[in-house]
Design a binder for this molecule. Structure first.
Ligand code: F6P
Length: 341
C-alpha cells in the first residue's frame, strides 16, 4: 500500500505529529508513505519526499510542517484538478491523507466525491473553527502563546499606566480571543460573532481606571465586527477567496485613547501565534488523529475526516465536515463576559 500525505493552508503546531502518526501506522503494516510538498501545489506538480519511521520519529515536537504548505486551490482551474489525478496515478497512490482546514479539506472532499480519489481528511487550524470536530490541534498552542504574550504586555502596560489592545488571529471565529481573554484576565474582548459597542467598551475601561486599576488589556479578534464592518489589511484575496484581515487593533487603540484620554497602544501578534513548538496537548491530539487516519486508510474507509468527539477520535463524512464554520458558541461568550462588565 502506498499512501500520500500533504499539509495545506496556514501551518499550525501539531502538523508534524499527524505526519508521524499516519506514517507509523502505514509503515507498521508494511506500506510505503510519500509526503507531497507544499500542499496541493505538490499534488499538482508531483513533488514528493519519502517518509519513513526513521525520518519522522523525532518530529513530534517540531513546529510548522516538514512538508511545507501553501494555499493552492486546484479547483481554481480544472486542468490542475486533472494534474492532481495524474499525480495520484503516476505515483501509484492507494490513498491520500490531506491535513488542513476547511479549504484543504474542501478540496479533499471534492476529489473524493467528484473524481473518486481515495482521500482522508485530518482537521487542523489555530482558529478552531471547524464544525465537525470538538477541537482542532494548533488551537491549544496558539492560546498558550497569546496568554504568555499578554502576561508580558501586562507588566509594561502597568508600568506606563496604559491600555494595550492585543489583536489576535482566528479569522471570523472568536475562539482564540475568548480563550486567551479568560486565561489572561483581560478587561475587554471583541469577537467577530458579536457587533461591538465601542462606547460601552470605553466605559468599562474608564470605570476600571477610576476604580484604581492602573492598566487595561483589550483582546480583539482580527475579524472583530465594528460598525461599518471588518477591518481588512488590503483588498487582496487568497486562492480560496479569503480577504486578508488585520489592523483592527490600531483602530481600537485610537478610539480608546480619543474617548477615554488614557494612553493606549496596540500590538498585532500575527504569525507568532502559529510558530514554534506544539504544546503537549497538540502533540497528543495530532498523533491520535494521525493514527486514526492511518487506520481508516488500512480499512479503505475513504471520504472521511477524523474528528475529536468528547475524548474519542471518530470518522465523519468529509461532506459533512466542510463548508460549515464553527463560530464561538454563546455559552463560551457568556462565561467570558462575566469578566468584562
Ligand atoms: O487560518 C489560520 C490563520 O492564521 C488565520 O487566523 C489568519 O487570518 C490567516 O491564517 C493568516 O493567513 P496567512 O498566513 O496567509 O497570512
Amino acid at each position: 500500500m502506498k499512501v500520500g500525505i500533504l499539509t495545506g493552508g496556514g501551518d499550525c503546531p501539531g502538523l508534524n505529529a499527524v505526519i508521524r502518526g499516519v506514517t507509523r501506522v502505514i509503515c507498521n503494516n508494511g506500506g510505503e508513505v510519500l509526503g507531497l510538498l507544499e500542499g496541493w501545489r505538490g499534488a499538482i506538480q508531483g513533488n514528493t519526499t519519502p517518509l519513513t519511521i526513521d525520518n519522522t520519529d523525532n518530529i513530534v515536537g517540531l513546529g510548522g510542517t516538514i512538508l511545507g504548505s501553501s494555499r493552492t486551490n486546484p479547483f481554481k482551474d480544472e486542468k490542475q484538478v486533472d494534474a492532481v489525478c495524474d499525480t495520484f496515478k503516476k505515483l501509484g497512490l492507494d490513498a491520500l491523507v490531506a491535513i488542513g482546514g476547511d479549504d484543504t479539506l474542501g478540496v479533499a472532499s471534492k476529489l473524493y466525491y467528484e473524481r473518486g480519489l481515495a482521500t482522508i481528511g485530518c482537521p487542523k487550524t489555530i482558529d478552531n473553527d471547524l464544525s465537525a470536530t470538538d477541537q482542532t490541534f494548533g488551537f491549544d498552542t496558539c492560546v498558550n502563546i497569546v496568554t504568555e504574550a499578554i502576561d508580558r504586555l501586562r507588566t509594561t502596560a502597568e508600568s506606563h499606566r496604559r491600555v494595550i489592545v492585543v489583536e489576535v488571529m482566528g479569522r471570523h471565529a472568536g475562539w482564540i480571543t475568548c480563550y486567551s481573554a479568560i486565561a489572561s484576565a483581560a478587561d475587554y474582548f471583541l469577537v467577530p460573532e458579536r457587533e461591538v459597542d465601542l462606547d460601552e467598551m470605553c466605559d468599562v475601561l474608564a470605570k476600571r481606571r477610576a476604580g484604581g486599576k492602573k492598566y487595561g488589556i483589550v483582546v480583539a479578534s482580527e475579524g472583530a465586527k465594528l460598525k461599518g464592518g471588518m477591518v481588512t489589511s488590503s483588498g487582496e484575496l487568497d486562492d480560496f477567496g479569503h480577504v486578508k484581515l488585520g489592523g483592527v487593533g490600531e483602530v481600537l487603540a485610537k478610539y480608546i485613547q480619543d474617548k477615554t484620554k488614557i494612553e493606549t497602544r496596540s500590538v498585532i501578534l500575527g504569525h507568532l501565534q502559529r510558530g514554534g513548538t506544539p504544546s503537549a496537548f497538540d502533540r497528543v491530539l495530532g498523533t491520535r488523529l494521525g493514527v486514526h487516519a492511518g487506520h481508516l486508510v488500512l480499512e479503505k474507509n475513504f471520504g472521511k475526516m477524523v474528528a475529536l468527539r468528547g475524548t474519542q477520535i471518530v470518522p465523519v463524512d468529509l461532506k459533512d465536515a466542510v463548508n460549515k464554520m464553527r463560530e464561538l458558541e454563546d455559552s463560551f461568550f457568556e462565561e467570558a463576559s462575566e469578566f468584562i462588565r
